[in-house]
Ligand binder design. Structure first.
Ligand SMILES: [Zn+2]
Length: 76
């Protein structure tokens, strides 16, 4: 199985989506077991996903009228 397909599947799983067609959880696990590059990629992707989730949690200040467009904060 191609690394690119595995990485697509890893990313889908991290996002809480289903695995792409043709990729089973078993195949995914077997590939990650055998492929150090994909293991590293998965670790980085997981780290990033957790980081983004923490940022979202920290940024839940109530906004009027629902979702406001996000602007970068200027600190000068
Ligand atoms: Zn791989």
């Amino acid at each position: 199985m191609l690394c690119s397909r595995i990485r697509t599947a890893v990313s889908a799983r991290l996002d809480g989506e289903g695995l792409p067609p043709g990729v089973t959880a078993g195949r995914l696990a077997a590939h990650l077991d055998a492929c150090a590059a994909c293991r590293q990629w998965e670790a980085r992707a997981r780290h990033l996903t957790e980081h983004v989730a923490r940022l979202r949690e920290a940024d839940t200040t109530p906004t009027q009228g629902g979702e406001a467009p996000r602007r970068p904060r200027r600190t000068f």
